[in-house]
Design a protein around this ligand. Sequence first.
Ligand code: NAD
Length: 318
Amino acid sequence: MKLIDQSQVKTIAVLGTGLIGAGWTAWYLSRGFTVRASDADPKREAFLRNFVKEAWPLLKPLGMVANADPGRLTFHADPAEAARGSDFVQENVFERLDLKQNVLAAVDAVLPPDRVIASSTSSYPPSDLQAKCKHAERVVVGHPFNPPHLIPLVEVVGGRKTDPAAVDWSMAFYDGIGKKAILLKKEIVGHYVNRVQEAIFREMVHCVAEGIVSVEDADIGVAYGPGLRWAFMGPAFTYHMAGGPGGLAYSFDHFGPDIEKNWADLGNPKLTPELMKTFIEGTKAETGGKSYPELAAWRDQCLVAIQGALEQVAKKKG
Ligand SMILES: NC(=O)c1ccc[n+]([C@@H]2O[C@H](COP(=O)([O-])OP(=O)(O)OC[C@H]3O[C@@H](n4cnc5c(N)ncnc54)[C@H](O)[C@@H]3O)[C@@H](O)[C@H]2O)c1
């Protein structure tokens, strides 16, 4: 299939401007694009413009381009109207399959077939999303992480009807605008990264349920230990380093049997009302009484600071 040259992508339609759509909007504006945003709720326009205003100073140290302009934003009630004249679409409406299928089909009907349509869906495989589209070959999942304007990762996966060229195009597009794209070679429920997060959370819940750690210590145990390494190397790379000069082969030799033994012992807890109450009270204690906006501002500053520090290290390394 023929797809638009990436240097010609100037205007992006962002459909659904809740938490994720607003983050994408801020990111695309910071990269110099014009954004045609759409939300069924008219109140979202004021939310979106305020979100962009507040995000703007944070985006400057994250590689904002010189000609970026937060004013290059229009708001439309109708997703198809927003998509008309756009060069790429990022869909972020409520996580409901029928709704997403209908929005994608409406957009597909007005958009030239050489433009890619990406969905931010956290759970639906692209084969389901593209079901009602005439040009299903250009539909992919481009799954971001919250907040999408401050976390680089995007998971890209195509469906049964997606042309591999659309997947390749999306990978190159996200990487080219400062995101870090990873390719899922096959569809899987929940994609890849959330499954990993859920596996970690499952064991946390198990250890709290078994009375081994408090909720606070369960979180500290991840954030102050492996979490620090995970900002720049994944678990497999960490095991490679744990093997010293012998690398991962040494780690497998020495720790492999224990790792397998521990896997067999991992828990499979149920989120009982009592356990949920323990977690809700525990995380409430962790917040120190701070409000959601205060916590979000702190989280956002930390995300920018970590990326700035890693960039400094990379620069020194040359
Ligand atoms: N929240 C997260 O952490 C997260 C992370 C990654 C991906 N996602 C995915 O991103 C998508 C959006 O999630 P969110 O958390 O921003 O949800 P949200 O509820 O904050 O926002 C959804 C927005 O879609 C709008 N909407 C609903 N129907 C619409 C329509 N027909 N046309 C236009 N707009 C419409 C709603 O008014 C709302 O503003 C979902 O698919 C979700 O799975 C969420």
